[in-house]
Each structure stands twice: as structure tokens, then as C-alpha cells.
Design a protein around this ligand. Structure first.
Ligand SMILES: CC(C)[C@H](C(=O)O)[C@@H](O)C(=O)O
Ligand code: SF4
Length: 474
């Protein structure tokens, strides 16, 4: 087939390479799925449906499962019993264990060295590779877009479709390029970029779009920072977010378990590096953000787009929605962040539970103490992260500062496993959702970067991390 010479965006290149059946006036396109990730919460019904219809998993070799949402982050007791928070949590875990075994799907189970939060382990093992289509019954699948993948969350019935066919019916989204110019100031991280992007777009500003993040700020971010940015795409309503693979991507993935090895890797990498938007590629929408003006961010409301630079304090409500959010958060509007007493700090999740995140937090915790009355919980995103962090002695830095160091899982990000914030308590959290009650009934969540979370744990109030950093003069 003759190749079109029309300039294409990164999204179009990956999309076009996966179309099995083109989109019609009345029918969505059928897309081939390269990688299907599965966790215990959204898979049970999909497997039951498959069984009811007498179907098999079409590509068990492209389907990988993990346990993350419902598993306790505390160690088993002396008898080996796991401290599940409810019977239902335990059933979810056992159901996935059985479904995976029955269908020949690889499960990174409780004791597996590769277990972890689904969006942490995919990239970590090199299951996620540039140019792939990646789906999972989980909205933060957008994380994998940091590797130049079209990666998005699907519903449970779609999980069933992909299990049965390795394909998915999809309408092509519109495209939006978000270019972040300039250079980040010292102490400003990928999370601050992400919270700024969402605050700019609004919680539904990305609805119907596939985002591409580009520009010097994105190029300068490490892979962890890029994953954080892509992770939060869904919080602006976008279908997915992606970043063109570059030499950093190639270097980061090299040698990982599931990527090609040796010369085959170099050959794959040469193809990956072609995955970028052509000069002259057009987008349905383009926005630009001045990266040099981004500051450490913290949310003040009950939606991830309700965030502002910490130095600016809590804004005054501009409408009823904001008024309601401020009320829930026990803020009046207009106050300084220093007056927000913090009860809990959570560092972890698929947004910020990777090595780079834990190192950033440890730099602030080192030689300092968590303020009295603050509970700080550090939860690695995966077993691999846990082991690496322990090798570097980060766990010691956390525990000596007075923080808890746990086993990997989603933990307090979604509070399904027994780790939760008490009613009325204020948590500074490195996760991605600050909805009412997200971290436990009545919990109040402030989203921020690992550095800001650590700084807030030390200060006892929402704090700009730069006061604890030895920053070089720019
Ligand atoms: C449980 C799961 C379906 C959910 C999601 O889709 O994102 C969870 O991971 C979350 O972060 O809210
Ligand atoms: S860490 Fe949080 S956001 Fe990520 S998959 Fe788990 S529950 Fe969802």
C-alpha cells in the first residue's frame, strides 16, 4: 500500500498502525491492542462473561495481570495471614488468581518480585513499549503514553472484548498538542507541570481529545516525570496523553525484562525514534504554556483542576462550584497555605510512586522529622521500587524521619485496602484524585508533588518545598 506523505501526528501514526477495520459513518474503528493489563477490581465480571460464553483469552501472551488496589500494604502476620480490610477485598484477589491461572494469563501475584501498581510495573518491566496500543480497565492507563503509546482506560465490558478478541471498537478522538515552552525553575517537578496543565484546561477541557505533550520542558523531564504528566491526562477529561519517544525513552527501557535484547533492541529503538509528530502535522487544538512560570502547585478544591501555585495561597471562590469545594475542604478562600494544618501525608500511587519520586521525597526528609501529629505514609509503586529504594537506604531515611514504609499497592490513593484518611482529616497526597471522600469518607485531599508532600509533612502545613531545598542559583 502506498504511504501517504501528508504530515502525521504521533497519535495518527500509532493509531493508523493499529486499525484492523476503519471507522465508518455508523461504526467505530476496530483497533488491535498490543498490551492488555488487568487488575483485580475491573476484571472479575469480564472473566465471568468470557466463561459464560465459552470463550478463551485470545492472546494470553499479551495479557498481564497484577494485584494492586485491594491488597494490604502491611506484612502478613506470623501465621502468614494477609491483613485484608474486608472479605470482599480478599475475594477480589483470589478471583483474579483463579481467573489468571484458568486462562493462562501471567499474574504478578502477591509474592511475585514484579508485583505492583499496574501503571508502574508495565513500563518497569518493558511490557510497555513505544508505538503500542495499551489498555487496562483503569482510567490512569494514560500513564503509558509517556512512551509514545496510545494508552487508555476501558470499561469492564470492554475488558471482556479485549480478552476475547485482542481488539477494541473505538472512535478516533480529536488531537490536541500542549507545548510547554521555556525551562522549569529549580524545585518544580513533573507533577507541578501536570497540575498546571489541568488547571489550565479544566476538568473537562481535554474531553474528546488525545493529548500530545511537547516542547522543551517535556523533553527535559525524566521518564518518571513524563509518566506523571501523562498519568493526569484523564483528570482533564482526555482519552489519553502521549509524548514522543526520544533517546531518554530508549535508554530508560534498555535491558528491561520484556524488551528485545542486544541488536534487536537497537533495531526496535531505531523504529521507536521515528514515532514523533511530523513537521507540519496538524492538531484539532493547540495550546502553549510558559514552563518557566510554573511554580510548585497544590490543589485547594475537590477536583484535580482546582489547583494553584502554593505561594499564591487559596483562591477566593469565583463561582458556586468553587464555593462548594472550598467549603468541603474547610477553606474560606484567600488564606495562606501555611494555615492549612496537615494530618496525613501520602507519598505513592501510579502518579508518584516511582524511584525518582521517592528520591525527591527522601531528599527533603533526610535529617528532618515529620511534624508532631502528622501521619506520613510512603508506599512504593512496585516491589521493584521497594527493593531499589531499600538498596539506596531510602526506607531508613523515611522511617528515621518518622514516616511509615509499606509494601507496594494503590493504598491511600483510593483507600480500598485499609489505608485511609479519617473523616475531616486533611491529607497532602502525591496521587491524582482529590474527590470528596476519595481517601476515605470525609477525607480532604490536597494533591501535590512528592517534594511538596514531604515538605508539608515536615512543616505540618501545606508548604512550598523550595524552603527545604539547597537550590542552585539559576
Ligand atoms: C478502580 C479503578 C477502576 C479506578 C480507575 O479506573 O481509575 C482507580 O484506579 C482509580 O484511580 O480511581
Ligand atoms: S494508584 Fe490510585 S490512581 Fe493509580 S491505579 Fe491505583 S487507585 Fe488508580
Amino acid at each position: 500500500m502506498a504511504q501517504s506523505t501528508r504530515p502525521k501526528s504521533l497519535f495518527e501514526k500509532v493509531w493508523d498502525a493499529h486499525v484492523v477495520e476503519p471507522e465508518g459513518a455508523n461504526s467505530p474503528a476496530v483497533l488491535y491492542i498490543d498490551l492488555h493489563l488487568v487488575h483485580e477490581v475491573t476484571s472479575p465480571q469480564a472473566f465471568s462473561e468470557l466463561e459464560a460464553r465459552g470463550l478463551k483469552v485470545r492472546r494470553p501472551d499479551r495479557t498481564f495481570a497484577t494485584l494492586d488496589h485491594s491488597i494490604p500494604t502491611l506484612r502478613p502476620d506470623a501465621q502468614g495471614n494477609r491483613p485484608y480490610v474486608t472479605k470482599q477485598a480478599e475475594i477480589q484477589v483470589h478471583t483474579l488468581e483463579q481467573n489468571a491461572a484458568k486462562n493462562g494469563v501471567r499474574l504478578f501475584g502477591y509474592d511475585a518480585e514484579n508485583r505492583g501498581v499496574v501503571h508502574v510495573i508495565g513500563p518497569e518491566m518493558g511490557l510497555t513499549q513505544p508505538g503500542y496500543t495499551v489498555v487496562c480497565g483503569d482510567s490512569h492507563t494514560s500513564t503509558h503514553g509517556a512512551f509514545g503509546c496510545i494508552a487508555f482506560g476501558i470499561g469492564t465490558s470492554e475488558v471482556g472484548h479485549v480478552l476475547a478478541t485482542q481488539c477494541l471498537a473505538q472512535r478516533k478522538p480529536k488531537t490536541m498538542r500542549i507545548t510547554i515552552d521555556g525551562k522549569l525553575q529549580p524545585g518544580v517537578t513533573g507533577k507541578d507541570v501536570a497540575l498546571t496543565v489541568i488547571a489550565t484546561l479544566g476538568f473537562s477541557g481535554g474531553t474528546g481529545y488525545a493529548l500530545e505533550y511537547a516542547g522543551p520542558v517535556i523533553e527535559a523531564l525524566d521518564m518518571e516525570g513524563r509518566m506523571t504528566v501523562c498519568n493526569l491526562s484523564i483528570e482533564a477529561g482526555a482519552r489519553c496523553g502521549m509524548i514522543a519517544p526520544d533517546q531518554k525513552t530508549v535508554d530508560w527501557l534498555r535491558g528491561r525484562q520484556y524488551v528485545p535484547q542486544g541488536e534487536a533492541y537497537d533495531a526496535a529503538a531505531a523504529e521507536w525514534l521515528k514515532l514523533k509528530s511530523d513537521d507540519g502535522a496538524t492538531f484539532d487544538k493547540e495550546i502553549r504554556i510558559d514552563g518557566s512560570a510554573i511554580e510548585p502547585m497544590a490543589t485547594w478544591g475537590t477536583s484535580p483542576d482546582q489547583g494553584a501555585p502554593i505561594v499564591k495561597g487559596v483562591p477566593v471562590a469565583a463561582n458556586e462550584d468553587e464555593e462548594r469545594a472550598l467549603k468541603y475542604m474547610h477553606f474560606t478562600g484567600g488564606e495562606k497555605r501555611e494555615v492549612e494544618k496537615v494530618d496525613v501525608v501520602f507519598i505513592g500511587s501510579c502518579t508518584n510512586g516511582r524511584m525518582a519520586d521517592l528520591r525527591a521525597a527522601a531528599e527533603i526528609f533526610k535529617g528532618r522529622k515529620v511534624a508532631e501529629g502528622v501521619r506520613a505514609l510512603v508506599v512504593p509503586g512496585s516491589e521493584w521500587v521497594r527493593v531499589e529504594a531499600e538498596k539506596e537506604g531510602l526506607d531508613k531515611i523515611f522511617t528515621e524521619a518518622g514516616a511509615e514504609w509499606r509494601l507496594p499497592g494503590c493504598s491511600m490513593c483510593i483507600a480500598m485496602n485499609g489505608d485511609f484518611v479519617l473523616p475531616g482529616q486533611l491529607a497532602v497526597s502525591t496521587s491524582n484524585r482529590n474527590f470528596e471522600g476519595r481517601q476515605g469518607p470525609g477525607s480532604r485531599t490536597v494533591l501535590a508533588s512528592p517534594a511538596t508532600a514531604a515538605a508539608s509533612a515536615i512543616a505540618g502545613h501545606v508548604a512550598d518545598p523550595r524552603q527545604f531545598m539547597a537550590l542552585e542559583e539559576a
